[in-house]
Design a protein. Structure first.
Length: 174
């Protein structure tokens, strides 16, 4: 009988010490879709941020807000601490690819990814074939350069064009 009571006390003490050693806050799961940032609001501004693998996801802050930025597919963690080293939040961050309109085509040269809402348009996804990746990147850089050049031209256009100029900004006069 005494042996049974001692055994029960030992089990209770072991269980209590096991739970006392457990972290007070379990990590929250966060799913980040590739190319889509997410915002988490903390109870106060963090003093320290720990990122397990910034090549998978990185974090920037503004006050109490954490901005999670996916970088590559995979799993990492983010821990936010206050000035005293207390945990404000702990997150298990998983970066995945999800596109309900996405189509992948495989060939001996590699994978090509498309997004097909109405028509299929090339999309860029890590792991695509080098030719697809290179072509898509070059076209995107060219398109962005055109947009930047147009924005710059619009800024310059604030000065009136010279008399008899045939350069029009916007619609030509009727």
């Amino acid at each position: 009988m005494l042996r049974g009571i001692l055994w029960a006390q030992a089990v209770i003490l072991f269980s209590a010490s096991t739970f006392a050693a457990s972290p007070a806050m379990a990590a929250q799961d966060v799913i980040l879709l590739a190319d889509q940032s997410q915002i988490i609001t903390l109870s106060q501004a963090p003093a320290t941020l720990l990122v397990g693998n910034p090549a998978i996801a990185n974090v920037t802050t503004d006050g109490r807000s954490l901005f999670l930025h996916p970088r590559a597919y995979g799993l990492t963690n983010v821990v936010a601490l206050d000035a005293d080293g207390n945990k404000l939040g702990e997150y298990l961050v998983r970066v995945i690819y999800e596109d309900s309109y996405g189509v992948s085509m495989y060939s001996p040269l590699g994978r090509n990814t498309y997004t097909c809402v109405k028509d299929c348009e090339p999309a860029l996804r890590l792991g695509d074939g080098l030719d697809h990746f290179t072509t898509f990147t070059a076209e995107t850089i060219s398109k962005n350069k055109l947009a930047i050049d147009q924005a710059t031209a619009d800024d310059v256009s604030r000065t009136p064009p010279a008399v008899n100029s045939t350069t029009y900004y916007g619609s030509p006069p009727q």
